[in-house]
Design a protein around this ligand. Structure first.
Ligand SMILES: Cc1ncc(COP(=O)(O)O)c(C=O)c1O
Length: 362
């Protein structure tokens, strides 16, 4: 105990009592925790891909032999493949262990203690978590009652000395898109604008064509959602080449495992199949939206991503969440004031979606 105290005293004071990001857990852990069989778990809490990865991924991984050799620190082949897929040039691309890592690196490059970032809320929690880690401050600006961004609030935050503005499109957890004209307007200011397009493949809407005109724009994408590679941890950023050079210097040299590199190549070799699956998920999303709309205590919000946020009325959302949990049906519940009356439901297979609906109707 005394020893523990000694070491605790050495931890940076602002990190001693930092609240953790509330993560989701894999099915085997949840099954054990809630005493249900792993096969009965219906996992609709992580915006993962119910189809899994392309079958070519497992094959390529099993055929590869050189796992004893470190990956290319400059990610040259990987960046070239990603650039071809995204319709840009390799010097504008950098890959990370999930787009999470690119968010982390960008924040470390721009934010020092006392600096500010701005985010319209509700949104993805990692922007503020990484900012807190480096001693920065997050200015959260409210959206209107329809979860639309109010432009003036962002502009006034910028006037208050914000260095980075995060705009998520489609946004997690609302599934709403951001107006491109608004992004262009913000880009005129002296701030770094990070447009997080983690769910781009489900929306088809992007700001990537603004990259050439604005050196202060970063687009974030990932293979976690559309390509079913969340467990592989592979995402990327598209940005001005000079910014890529800075990130290449500060990133851990071997941040992308050879396994992730192989998985990307195999996925891009099987693009047609993966994009067909995206279409199926989009159709299933519309089907789910209609079904959820018929439930008297749910008010779902139209979504451009692979999940739906729904308001829960005349019922405690935490109660519904817990009852679903007891049956092994996992959805995302938020313990915060803004979202306490909402649940986020990832789009699963028809069988999984039906199981959720059947239980709710009961
Ligand atoms: C908006 C948004 N950005 C980034 C991420 C992180 O994705 P990755 O798995 O690539 O780290 C997520 C994951 O849920 C997300 O919702």
């Amino acid at each position: 105990m005394e020893n523990q105290k000694k070491i605790d005293k050495l931890i940076i004071p602002r990190l001693q009592n930092m609240q953790p990001y509330v993560p989701i857990y894999p099915p085997d852990i949840m099954a054990e925790k809630f005493g249900v069989s792993e096969n009965d778990i219906v996992k609709l809490d992580g915006n993962e891909n119910m189809f899994g990865p392309s079958p070519k991924v497992a094959q390529a991984l099993s055929e590869f032999k050189d796992y004893n050799i470190y990956p290319d620190p400059l990610q040259e082949k990987l960046r070239e493949s990603i650039a071809n897929y995204a319709g840009t040039t390799p010097d504008r691309v950098i890959a990370g262990a999930g787009s999470d890592e690119i968010i982390d690196l960008l924040i470390r490059l721009f934010i020092q203690p006392g600096d500010k970032i701005c985010q319209p809320v509700p949104t993805f929690a990692m922007y503020s978590t990484f900012t807190e880690l480096v001693g920065g401050e997050t200015i959260s600006v409210s959206m209107d009652e329809n979860f639309e961004i109010t432009e003036d609030s962002i502009l006034s935050a910028i006037n208050n000395g914000v260095k980075i503005v995060f705009l998520t499109s489609p946004n997690n957890p609302t599934g709403r898109l951001i107006d491109k004209d608004f992004v262009s307007k913000i880009l005129q200011k002296d701030v770094l604008v990070i447009v997080d397009e983690a769910y781009y493949e489900f929306s088809g809407k992007t700001c990537i064509d603004l990259i050439d005109d604005y050196s202060n724009l970063v687009i974030l994408r990932t293979f976690s959602k559309w390509a079913g590679l969340a467990g592989m941890r592979i995402g990327y950023g598209i940005m001005n080449p000079s910014l890529v050079s800075h990130l290449l210097i500060i990133k851990p040299p071997y941040n992308i495992s050879v396994a992730a590199e192989i998985a990307v190549k195999a996925s891009l070799d099987d693009l047609e199949l993966l994009l067909e699956r995206v279409e199926i998920i989009k159709n299933e999303r519309e089907w789910m939206f209609d079904r959820l709309s018929e439930i008297p205590f749910m008010e779902p919000i139209p979504s451009d991503a692979n999940f739906i946020l729904t308001k829960i009325v005349n019922l405690e959302s935490v109660e519904l969440y817990n009852r679903l949990l007891s049956k092994g049906i996992l959805v995302r519940y938020y313990e915060n004031e803004l979202l306490k009356n909402y649940l986020r439901i990832s789009i699963g297979s028809r069988e999984q979606n039906q199981k959720l609906l059947d239980f709710i109707k009961q």
